[in-house]
Design a protein around this ligand. Structure first.
Ligand SMILES: CCCCCCC[C@H](O)CC(=O)SCCNC(=O)CCNC(=O)[C@H](O)C(C)(C)COP(=O)([O-])OP(=O)([O-])OC[C@H]1O[C@@H](n2cnc3c(N)ncnc32)[C@H](O)[C@@H]1OP(=O)([O-])[O-]
Ligand SMILES: NC(=O)c1ccc[n+]([C@@H]2O[C@H](COP(=O)([O-])OP(=O)(O)OC[C@H]3O[C@@H](n4cnc5c(N)ncnc54)[C@H](O)[C@@H]3O)[C@@H](O)[C@H]2O)c1
Length: 281
């Protein structure tokens, strides 16, 4: 598969577009507005310039030359694989998969979602080709983290799963694990209660954000603490993902703590807005 589209060029979509172009694919990114398209291009340029400066790629401009950022979803018509990476909102993703089904022409194209927590079946069944709908879940930052979770729904064909595996492992150089189609898959089912517990610990005044994070970095060898990680993920996404797991399992451990809700209401979304549990320059 050489022609790739990524719908949504935010934190994750720009990373998926970057690793696809670095693997030599022709990539189209679709964003929802001109401003969002400009922001996506800015993220791509910044990350590729950094990769060039570190000697990881020969030329940022050559890789950037493989990526087009568009605002018309019709641009994805000729793609062999489309990866959806828009906001974690089930209604928005359902609407998008209906549109993709109508637009994408190749009869065997793969329609993938990078969702963190929404069951893949909910997206597959709104298309006429659920056998070709699969979860391909990348991790943040995409250029750095090796893992991809492959999540076929009950209706996804073995051929779609095999071709998705060949793409992420063979072309992108990632490592895949297989997950069943339950909200949270493998990693988030374990990571989310951990991050939410850290937020509850901070909210209760038990320890400072810095000490909670230093505790996990120095005492459990995590690369960063859970509150810094929530800021990296984005607190809007953190909240949406928690709600989706709560919706699936009705377990209190997945309930979004009030502080998280208030921070999202206030627009304190972490790194992406400059302030979350920490403040960023
Ligand atoms: C309620 C919970 C809700 C969950 C929500 C959903 C979660 C989601 O579905 C799944 C996830 O992703 S879960 C989240 C999973 N994610 C995690 O768990 C992340 C855990 N954290 C980490 O892995 C590390 O702290 C970082 C890699 C973020 C920074 O590393 P550090 O050591 O503190 O800082 P450093 O020394 O600056 O960087 C080291 C190297 O990385 C490179 N680089 C950095 N940022 C980059 C970027 N944006 N782009 C490209 N490259 C980037 C950098 O160039 C350097 O390269 P070099 O060649 O070695 O010089
Ligand atoms: N943030 C993470 O750490 C992380 C990790 C793995 C998976 N994910 C998942 O990836 C997806 C994207 O998350 P993100 O962190 O990149 O979010 P983000 O908010 O950074 O980016 C979402 C982008 O989608 C765009 N968008 C929204 N609706 C659109 C539409 N209809 N058409 C085209 N573009 C549209 C927005 O303009 C925005 O740029 C979510 O499903 C999330 O759960 C996130």
């Amino acid at each position: 598969m050489k022609n790739v589209a990524v719908v949504g060029g935010g934190l994750m979509g720009s990373g998926i577009a970057e690793v696809s172009a670095r693997a030599g694919h022709d990539v189209i990114v679709v964003e929802s507005s001109d401003d969002a398209a400009k922001a996506a291009l800015g993220r791509l340029e910044k990350s590729l310039v950094r990769a060039e400066a570190k000697g990881k790629i020969a030329s940022a401009s050559d890789v950037l030359g493989l990526i087009r950022v568009e605002t018309d979803l019709g641009a994805v018509a000729d793609r062999e694989v489309v990866v959806e990476a828009i906001v974690e909102d089930e209604a928005a993703k359902v609407a998008l998969f209906k549109s993709l089904d109508a637009i994408v022409e190749a009869p065997d194209a793969i329609l993938a979602s990078n969702t963190s927590s929404i069951p893949i079946m909910k997206l597959g069944v709104v298309t006429t080709r659920p056998t070709q709908v699969i979860g391909i879940h990348f991790f943040n930052p995409v250029p750095v983290l090796q893992l991809v979770e492959l999540v076929p729904s009950l209706l996804t064909s073995e051929d779609t799963t095999a071709r998705s595996r060949a793409w992420v492992e063979g072309s992108l150089g990632k490592q895949a694990i297989d997950c069943q189609d339950r909200a949270g898959f493998v990693v988030n089912a374990l990571l989310i209660p951990f991050i939410l517990s850290a937020i509850r610990m901070f909210e209760s005044g038990f320890a400072s954000a810095e000490d909670i994070d230093r505790g996990l970095v120095l005492g459990a060898a995590h690369p960063q603490g859970p509150l810094a990680l929530a800021d990296l993920i984005g607190l809007d996404t953190t909240k949406a993902v928690a709600e989706s797991l709560y919706d699936e399992f009705k377990e209190p451990l997945y309930a979004a703590p009030p502080l998280l809700q208030r921070m999202v209401d206030a627009g304190l979304l972490g790194r992406k807005t400059g302030r979350g549990f920490y403040t960023y320059a």
